[in-house]
Design a protein around this ligand. Sequence first.
Ligand code: CMP
Length: 142
Amino acid sequence: MKEQTLSILKPDAVERNLIGKIIGRFEEENLKIVAMEQRWLSRREAEGFYAEHKARPFFGELCDFMSRSPVVIMVLEGDDAVAKNRKIMGATNPASADPGTIRKLFSKSVGENTVHGSDSPQSAAREISYFFQGTNIFCSAK
Ligand code: CMP
């Protein structure tokens, strides 16, 4: 089923010039980029985005990291986009990620794990609306 999911290329990806390589992987797997913006999150925006993790011990570190330098935020669309994106990304902790996944290839640690992807269609809807107005999301032609 055609779905949308939110993807963020985190500061460690943008700092190391990995935008093209990572977007290339999404496109190879038939995920369509239907919205994309590069922006520098404020700490407050990072805190709001990750509010569900507020009680976790790593919350402060996570928000510092996500507001350290610019990120690229995208809406990806395609068949089973949520699950497909998570498969392409690999496990949250790069040490446990499958070979060939983005996190196995590029991530230094669980904290600096290169990409974010929504974990369910419900999270995707909330996360997409956190960053994008509906009018700035384009429908893919096919
Ligand atoms: P993400 O998929 O963006 O969602 C929550 C983030 O919290 C996760 O990726 C990790 O970057 C981060 N995270 C999860 N566990 C830890 C941890 N033990 N230490 C630091 N950051 C973590």
